[in-house]
Design a protein around this ligand. Structure first.
Ligand code: ZN
Length: 359
């Protein structure tokens, strides 16, 4: 194994490196080539991890996955180095979501995925669809009767947003690949009917699970060739309904993110879920403890975590690591997606030049 400094130098800017070493204690886990670092550095207030030359050229910016602190709900933003922008779920509060997206300077989205049509996932979306340019939208296809869903449908129609079907397919946005994990066929309950996604930027992969229960997760594992990933968004805010040892074994992420509200009335996350996702080579990040969590990943699988919490009770956390990917070949092998499509950039007039088959 290479020494610690050599490994770290590969994914931290040189000027940050010296300061980082002055303030940070790093433990190298030789077996997994992972670095787990805890920092007592003064809190870093930026929501976005250090940018310039973070990744090896030509992939200098990498992709940032930001798990937004929207309280009890899910909302995550993906921004690739080529500025392709994807929002997965929108929390329940439209004003909060608009504010967070504005802070991150998001004025257009290539794609929104709503995992399912519950208020804590789609409640914030109507305002976004009405307020900024959204090119493509995908949900689980299972209608709901809640007012926020009906407002969302009206906004999608009003803004002529292209609606994509939640079938097994791969959506290409430049170097960002989004593989759709289709919902349980015939499911009548929204959580079980969650549509999932594997977002890949080279070897940096993130699994989004919505509020899928263990039955739906089991089907994904059996039928969708679940790859090893860098990050898992833990199902259903850490509820016991999403417990799946098979998912942990299949994905083996060094990072698990729980998107959950402080002191929520559901008791999320469940202690058994936290135990399940705990491990010597894994860190759990919770939005109720850390606030908004941003993870910048490179195509070689290296990553860097920053969170927004500056409270004295929760230490600022940095974790960086190198994700070995022995399953890469098999993940791309066996099963072919049903549809391969590319989502091109829209023109300046806001009208898409993409073919109708995208639907
Ligand atoms: Zn939920």
């Amino acid at each position: 194994m290479r020494n610690v400094e050599e490994l770290v130098a590969g994914f931290l800017p040189r000027e940050l490196l010296s300061r980082w070493f002055l303030n940070t204690v790093c433990l190298a886990a030789s077996a997994a080539s992972l670095l787990r670092c805890s920092s007592a550095v003064a809190a870093q207030r930026s929501l976005i991890p250090p940018a310039p030359a973070f990744c090896a050229a030509p992939d200098s910016l990498g992709m940032v996955a930001t798990f937004l602190d929207v309280g009890q709900g899910d909302a995550a933003l993906l921004v690739s180095g080529g500025r392709r922008q994807v929002l997965i779920d929108g929390g329940s509060d439209p004003l909060l979501l608009r504010k967070l997206l504005a802070q991150l300077q998001i004025s257009a989205l290539d794609l929104i995925i709503a995992s399912h049509n519950h208020h804590d996932h789609v409640g914030g979306l109507p305002g976004v669809v009405r307020g900024i340019r959204v090119d493509n939208y995908l949900d689980n296809g299972l209608p709901a009767t809640i007012p926020s869903y009906l407002r969302l449908l009206a906004a999608l129609e009003f803004r002529h947003v292209r609606v994509l079907q939640p079938v097994a397919r791969v959506l290409m946005l430049g170097e960002l690949e989004v593989r759709v994990l289709p919902p349980w066929p015939g499911a009548r309950e929204q959580n079980r009917a969650s549509v999932g996604a594997v977002a890949s930027y080279g070897a940096f992969r993130i699994l989004f699970t919505g509020d899928a229960d263990s039955v739906a997760i089991g089907r994904w594992i059996r039928e969708q060739n679940m790859p090893r990933v860098s990050i898992v968004k833990v199902p259903h805010h850490g509820s016991s309904t999403g417990i799946s040892e098979a998912l942990v074994r299949a994905t083996l992420p060094p990072i698990a993110v729980v998107s959950v509200g402080r002191n929520n009335r559901y008791g999320h996350p469940d202690a058994r879920v936290l135990r399940l996702w705990s491990g010597p080579n894994r860190q759990i990040f919770r939005t109720d403890e850390r606030g908004t969590i941003a993870i910048r990943g490179c195509q070689d699988g290296t990553y860097h975590v920053t969170s927004s919490t500056t409270s004295g009770t929760i230490p600022q956390t940095r974790a960086s690591g190198l994700l070995p990917d022995p399953h890469a070949a098999s993940a791309e092998g066996a099963r072919r997606p049903v549809v391969d499509v590319a989502i091109p950039r829209t023109g300046h007039d806001g009208r898409s030049s993409s073919p109708g088959r995208l639907r």
